[in-house]
Design a protein around this ligand. Structure first.
Ligand code: GDP
Length: 334
């Protein structure tokens, strides 16, 4: 199956030129090739990415996270429209690794962002699937590059605030936006401290109706909570604000803050420095992942590991020694 070659594939140049001209159909078809696990598609994908790489990068990449129900799609819909009205072209991508497990994406089940989906200046692509978060992140990262080459100057990468995917999104974006709710039990509950620490901005959504007072209170609490984190290397102090996505209140303020952030990090050099760091890190993440796959994917290693586990439990061998033997066995296998 992996050697199967789909008949409807075009020459790499056709995709490349189409993307550079901003052709949405060819962009979508190229993304499908990036998402594909077929060997012939992988070769084609590499060729396309290599060619568009010099044209990528000209965007602000914004990560958006928050627990399901916080209002991410509602927020992105109004936020995206706001950006389009300001003359931007917006690409919206999502990372949803849970979809591999449930075989039905949380993000894809609903009809989301209907109005935005019908605007020419906006491009929405739901989550790619894959066996590992690393794989999904690779595909989203490469999709982002294609969107940039196609002229989208704002990329929003959305993730569900339920797992490891926030770290992956943080590692591929310039600005990290956390959507929260007021009064959802303990104020800091639900979102782990590590995620708070990554946030450049916390927006307390649903600050409307009876919820306004609670939202203002939550804003102060989050401001205090963020205060205790050490100053970020970017030189930016995280901002907390309230918003109502449904009533379109506080949305333009979010973009104003992002613009302020961009000015700061352009001036102090952090923007470029962080991008460079992320690119290099991307390579290392892949090396780490591939090495792990090579090691744990080996049949001999797998068998020997289960013997080692027993020997460790019965104190026949120390864990450190066992690891050393296993690595040596791996090296000897080449
Ligand atoms: P997601 O799961 O994070 O994408 O959340 P959705 O955008 O699907 O929103 C979940 C629910 O919250 C929906 O019923 C929305 O209508 C509602 N919602 C979203 N934003 C707001 C808001 O600003 N105020 C109020 N009151 N409800 C909102």
């Amino acid at each position: 199956m992996k050697n199967y070659k789909p008949k409807n594939r075009l020459a790499a140049q056709t995709y490349i030129q189409g993307i550079l001209k901003g052709d949405r159909v060819l962009l979508s078809r190229a993304i499908t090739i990036i998402e594909s696990n077929l060997e012939s598609d992988k070769t084609l994908a590499k060729e396309i990415i290599q060619a568009i790489l010099p044209y990528s990068g000209n965007s602000i990449r914004i990560g958006i996270t928050g627990v399901p129900g916080v209002g991410k799609s509602t927020f992105i819909e109004v936020f995206g429209k706001h950006l389009v009205n300001k003359g931007h072209r917006v690409a919206i991508l999502s990372i949803d690794p849970s979809s591999q497990r449930s075989r039905g994406s949380i993000l894809g089940d609903k009809t989301r962002m209907e109005e935005l989906a019908n605007i020419d200046e906006a491009y929405i692509r739901p989550s790619a699937s894959g066996d590992t978060l690393g794989g999904v992140a690779n595909k989203t990262g490469e999709t982002m590059l294609l969107c940039e080459a196609a002229g989208y100057d704002v990329v929003l990468i959305e993730t569900v605030g339920v797992g490891q995917s926030e770290t992956a999104v943080h590692g591929m974006t310039d600005f990290f936006l956390l959507l929260m709710l007021a009064g959802a039990g303990d104020e800091l509950q639900g979102i782990k401290k590590g995620i708070m620490e990554m946030a450049d901005m916390v927006v307390i959504n649903k600050a409307d109706g009876d919820n306004i007072t609670m939202s203002k209170l939550a804003k102060r609490q989050y401001q205090n909570a963020l205060h205790i984190f050490p100053q970020s290397e970017s030189g930016w102090s995280p901002v907390v604000s309230t918003a109502s996505a449904i009533k379109n209140i506080g949305i333009s303020n979010v973009w104003d803050e992002i613009e302020k952030f961009k000015r700061l990090v352009d001036e102090n050099g952090y923007f470029k420095k962080n991008r460079n760091h992320q690119q290099i890190q991307w390579m290392y993440n892949n090396i780490n992942e591939e090495l792990k796959n090579l090691f744990y994917g080996s049949k001999n290693i797998k068998e020997h590991l289960s013997v080692m586990e027993k020997d460790i439990v019965s104190a026949k061998i120390s864990p450190v020694k066992a690891a050393e033997i296993m690595i040596q066995e791996f090296k000897d296998s080449f």
